[in-house]
Design a binder for this molecule. Sequence first.
Ligand code: CA
Length: 230
Amino acid sequence: MAERILVVEDESKIARFLELELKHEGYEVEIAFDGRSGLERTQKGDIDLIILDLMLPVMSGIEVCRRIRKFSDVPIIMLTAKDDISDKVTGLDSGADDYVTKPFAIEELLARIRVALKRKTLAKRENGIDTLTAGKLVLSKLQHKVTYDGEEIPLSKKEYDLLLFLMENKGIVLDREKLIENVWGYDFIGDTNVTDVYIRYLRSKIDQRFGVNYIKTIRGVGYIFEDQAK
Ligand code: CA
């Protein structure tokens, strides 16, 4: 699947140019024209890398970067307008992974994007994947938190464990025994129908609440968790 890059840049000429070039390279691209909308888009999840202009209206690139770092380690490449050392230092201090000075050669930016994405993939492999996503649904293991389109979904411990197992096994049919073994434990004594009850809880909190259909019933077998269109 194509990696999704968020471009946060108020100069529409540059933003459009980047959009064209990045799409040409096979990336999916979204644009935010000010700092706050860039931050809000990032909170919704499902962004693989951010190109963040330093000089932005509403909220500066530095402030956006600081705030993103409170909840995400998504790679951030800063665009600094001036060839000014203090800008670069402030940018890196605020948590950016890299910076490119304007005016930039697109080839240089593309090379830095590839490096940042590769570094991210390696880090993921080393740390185990922290964040699971399915469309607008985001589960953060680190924060023990689930959101849909940025809105937090309060879940009980068992509901969370069940959702985590379903998302980790996206696209695989899971029967009730498998769910019991992995979510409730081998020593669980009781009716396997407990899985149906908890699936119902999850559906009412996610599928029904947001009008989506992540959890599907496979009659006579069990359940399957499937991605939703974005
Ligand atoms: Ca700017």
